[in-house]
Structure formats: structure tokens, C-alpha cells
Design a protein around this ligand. Structure first.
Ligand code: NAD
Length: 488
């Protein structure tokens, strides 16, 4: 039975309540986890308050050394952690290994930044005294909460833990209810390296209970959410009245434009990874594809062939080459959503070019499997075009000009990622300048680099994670003014 990590110790919920974590590949119980409530939140926040001063005063080098020691412990247990991630989340083992690698790389990036946080010295008008100057001090924001979704439980936990810890702020992590296990394992190991009790804690349970209790606790000053736009709205409502610092990494409907001069072979490979990695359950997945008409038929045929190479199945096994493993969707709800969106488009005239159904194999009947699809002739008023498609289905449209492609790309409520495949520098620059999104990748797959700030516009959120920029959300700027320095 898994336990939470509170005040330096493994803990059950004070109520004793638990829930089951199930494997999306076969419905079997992987483990049980505590269902935290208000009393557990109170205990964890009290521990964070007790830890705050000491952690804020720990030297940056010592903070980095503790993080690095923890990362070594995590690396040494990587097999166990990735197996757990595959069992609770459904992604194939090689994707789980990729995710753990990304987590370790991101945490190392922040460990390296710990000693580089610095403020400013600012000359002030001589009216304040001849040598007057101001200082900008960087101070930790205080008790922080990180709320994480189920699609990338480890990397999206790291994008919160890394910047919080190096800023000197204690952080409480609330994983998605369905994916707490690998997270708990990692948080235990990071603590084992010697973090002070209360600096890094983890509470498990539902968003509406434990998530809301954390956000509303008066001692919590900072909330980082990665989740759906709907949850983002709720977090704003709860955190707004008390002026808490929030960042919201929300949903997306990323467009990808394929130009006639693109390297079509590479572009097809890029689109496959961009759309179908993690069974399409990525915020920054390509969710709408716009292909210039002169290369559209050729490109879409090559794409459909590649997508036909996926073999859905248990993530712990591999199909023979050239076939590629795709795991199940994460929940029954997730699969029903995708099926509903596709059925709606088909009822309005869309054509499914490949996939788009549950597999026939009776051995897979207990998992939430769905064969990845490419869909053409998708009406603009269909759910597939208008909603976030959080699964392995890609709608494709023909475009005639770059103007049309960019206009269509912007015709959405979201603005997370976007991409263009072209050799034309002018076109690439126009896409970068004119697409309303937090990122534009040029001739590259959609991926959140640790080094670059990542965040959306419009309904995709507020603020950034990744990069040195992310640390600013865990810091407060305090001004100080030194006047009268020329007094005798
Ligand atoms: P979700 O919003 O349902 O849940 C995310 C987290 O929020 C979970 O831990 C959940 O328990 C918690 N939560 C839910 N309701 C809450 C509430 N009222 N108060 C506090 N916490 C609450 O999202 P999901 O289904 O787990 O994840 C998929 C969504 O996340 C998609 O929309 C996807 O695009 C988005 N996402 C965005 C990014 C990004 O970086 N922008 C990355 C990954 C996923």
C-alpha cells in the first residue's frame, strides 16, 4: 500500500481512507494510495511552514548538492520507477524511460541554476543623495503547491519541484489521482538525500478535495497547475481573491503547417511523434494539421502508412519491427471522449483514413485501447475541429496559401504550441511572428525543452515553466533604497 510523504515521513491519510490505482492496460489494481483530506493538508502545510526559514537560509550550493544527491538515488532506481509509471499511466516502457530521463535532465538544469539566482543594483536620482542606489533582492515566495496531471506525471512534477527548491521555497506536490505511484517513489528518494522535513512533500487524492484545500490554505502563497483549461479557471477563482501567485499550464490545440518545400519525409516522422507520442495525450501534441494542397495527398498517404505501423498493446511488451507500440488511453473516460469526438466528425462527413476504432483482439478487451487515426474532410463545426483532442486522432486540412494556413492556425481558443515545416526562412519567420502561441517549432517535433520557457496564450494559460524564467515565479523582488550615502 503506497503512502504519502509528509513532514519527512511516509504517511497514511489521517482518515485512513484509500483508493485503488488501476493499470489502464488491463484494469488490474497496481496499488492503493491514501485519499488525503483537509487534516492532511493542515499537517503538511504546518510542516512546510516550519521548514521554510531553514530552507530559505540554506546556501544555494547546499540546496543544489542535496538535489543532485537525490537525483543519483532516483537514477539508481530507474527500472523500478519506469515500470511503475508504465503500470499506472499506460505508456510504453521506452516512453516511460524517456520521461524519467527528461525529469532528471530538467532537475539537473535547475540544480545548476541554484547558485545563479541574483538580484540587481540600480542607480537612483541624485535628489535622494549623491550616491543613492537601489537594490533588488530576490526572496523565496514561500509555501508553494504544484498540481500535476496524469499525462506526464514525472516531468511536470519536476518543472515545479526544481524551481521551487532552488528558490528556497518549500513545495507540496499533488499528483493526479490516477498517477501517484512513481511520483511518491521519487519524492521519497529526493527526501532520502537529506532535504529538511517539510521542504518537499506529496499528498495524494482528488483535485476537488485535496487540490482545493491546498489552494485555499491561507499559508500557501503560490500555486502552479498543469491541467485542463476548465481546472485552470477554477484555480483562478480560488486563488485570485487572496492574490496568490499562479501559473497555469493548460490545454492546447496545436496547429502544424506543412509547406510544399518541406522535407516531407522528416515532416511525416515529426508529425507522427508530435501527434501520437503518449497515445496522443500531450498538451503540446499536434492536434490540427494544415498541408499545402500541392503536397497534401502525397503527404497524408505517407503519414497514414506510418500511423498504420502502430500496434496497440501492453506497454511492457514490444511488437516486432517495423511496428511500434502504442499503449492504452489512460482512462475509460478518455477513450469515450475521443470516440465521441470522432463519431461526431464522421456523422458530419469526415473520412477516417486509418485506425479510429477499438482493436478486435479479445486479449486487449480489458484495456482502454484505441487504434490511432488520421481523418480528412473534417467539418469546421465538428467537435474534432473545435475541441481539444486529447488522444491519437489527427484531423487534416488542405490549404492553398500561408495566409490561409496562419489564419486557420489562429482560429482556436487555445495558443500553446505550433509548428511549421518549410525551407523558406521568410515563411518560418512569419509563422513565428504571426501564430498566436507560446512556442513555434520550425522543422522540429513538438517538445518542451528544459532550457526554454514554455507556456501558452489565450485559453492555454498564464506564465511559464521550464527555463530560468520559471524560477521567477517562485521568487519575490524586494526593493531596498540606500539614500544619504554622502552624509558626513
Ligand atoms: P485536470 O485539469 O483534470 O487535472 C490536472 C490536475 O488538477 C490533477 O492533479 C487534478 O487532480 C487536479 N484538479 C482537478 N480539479 C481540481 C480542482 N478543482 N482544484 C484543484 N486541483 C484540481 O487535467 P488532466 O485531465 O489530468 O490533464 C489533461 C489536461 O492537462 C489537458 O487539457 C492537457 O492539455 C493539459 N496539460 C497541459 C500541459 C501544459 O504544459 N500546458 C501539460 C500537460 C497537460
Amino acid at each position: 500500500m503506497a503512502k504519502m510523504f509528509i513532514n519527512g515521513q511516509w504517511a497514511d491519510a489521517l482518515s485512513g481512507e484509500t483508493y485503488q490505482v488501476r493499470n489502464p492496460a488491463n484494469g488490474q489494481v497496481v496499488d492503493t494510495a491514501p485519499a488525503a483530506g483537509q487534516a492532511d493538508v493542515e499537517a503538511a502545510v504546518t510542516a512546510a511552514q516550519a521548514a521554510f526559514k531553514g530552507w530559505a537560509e540554506t546556501s544555494p550550493d547546499d540546496r543544489a548538492a542535496l538535489i543532485r544527491k537525490g537525483l543519483q538515488l532516483v537514477e539508481a532506481r530507474s527500472k523500478e520507477i519506469t515500470a511503475l509509471l508504465t503500470a499506472e499511466q499506460g505508456k510504453p516502457l521506452f516512453e516511460a524511460q524517456g520521461e524519467l530521463h527528461h525529469f532528471l535532465h530538467g532537475m539537473e538544469f535547475y540544480a545548476g541554476l541554484a547558485s545563479k539566482i541574483r538580484g540587481d543594483q540600480v542607480p537612483l536620482p541624485p535628489a535622494l543623495g549623491k550616491h543613492a542606489y537601489g537594490l533588488v533582492l530576490k526572496r523565496p515566495v514561500g509555501i508553494s503547491v504544484g498540481i500535476v496531471p496524469w499525462n506526464f506525471p514525472l516531468t511536470l512534477m519536476g518543472t515545479k519541484v526544481g524551481p521551487a527548491l532552488i528558490s528556497g521555497s518549500p513545495i507540496l506536490i499533488k499528483p493526479a489521482k490516477t498517477t501517484p505511484l512513481a511520483t511518491l517513489k521519487i519524492i521519497g528518494l529526493l527526501n532520502e538525500a537529506g532535504l529538511p522535513p517539510g521542504a518537499l512533500q506529496c499528498l495524494t487524492g482528488s483535485g476537488s478535495v485535496v487540490g482545493e484545500a491546498l489552494i485555499c490554505h491561507p499559508a500557501v502563497r503560490r500555486v502552479a497547475l498543469t491541467g485542463s483549461s476548465e481546472t485552470g479557471r477554477r484555480v483562478m477563482q480560488l486563488a485570485g481573491p487572496d492574490f496568490k501567485r499562479i501559473t497555469l499550464e493548460l490545454g492546447g490545440s496545436d496547429p502544424c503547417i506543412i509547406c510544399p518545400d518541406a522535407d516531407l519525409k522528416r515532416a511525416a516522422s515529426g508529425v507522427v511523434v508530435g501527434r501520437y507520442w503518449n497515445a496522443g495525450q500531450q498538451c503540446l501534441a499536434i492536434k490540427r494539421l494544415y498541408v499545402f494542397e500541392e503536397v497534401c495527398d502525397q503527404f497524408v498517404q505517407a503519414l497514414a502508412e506510418k500511423v498504420g505501423n502502430y500496434r496497440v498493446g501492453d506497454g511492457t511488451t514490444k511488437p516486432e519491427k517495423p511496428f511500434i507500440r502504442m499503449g492504452p488511453l489512460h482512462t475509460a473516460y478518455q477513450r469515450e471522449e475521443i470516440e465521441g469526438q470522432l463519431a461526431d466528425a464522421v456523422s458530419k462527413g469526415a473520412r477516417v483514413l486509418v485506425g479510429g476504432r477499438r482493436p478486435d483482439d479479445p486479449a486487449l478487451a480489458q484495456g482502454f485501447y484505441f487504434e490511432p487515426a488520421v481523418v480528412a474532410d473534417v467539418p469546421e463545426d465538428s467537435r474534432l475541429a473545435a475541441e481539444e483532442v486529447f488522444g491519437p486522432v489527427l484531423p487534416v486540412w488542405k490549404v492553398k496559401t500561408l495566409d490561409e494556413a496562419i489564419q486557420e492556425a489562429n482560429n482556436t481558443a487555445w495558443g500553446l504550441g505550433s509548428s511549421i515545416w518549410t525551407q523558406n526562412m521568410g515563411w518560418a519567420n512569419r509563422a513565428i511572428r504571426e501564430i498566436e502561441a507560446g512556442v513555434t517549432w520550425v522543422n522540429q517535433i513538438h517538445y518542451g525543452y528544459d532550457e526554454l520557457p514554455f507556456g501558452g496564450v489565450k485559453a492555454s494559460g498564464l506564465g511559464h515553466e521550464h527555463g530560468p524564467e520559471a524560477v521567477n515565479y517562485y521568487l519575490e523582488n524586494k526593493g531596498a533604497v540606500f539614500g544619504g550615502l554622502d552624509w558626513e
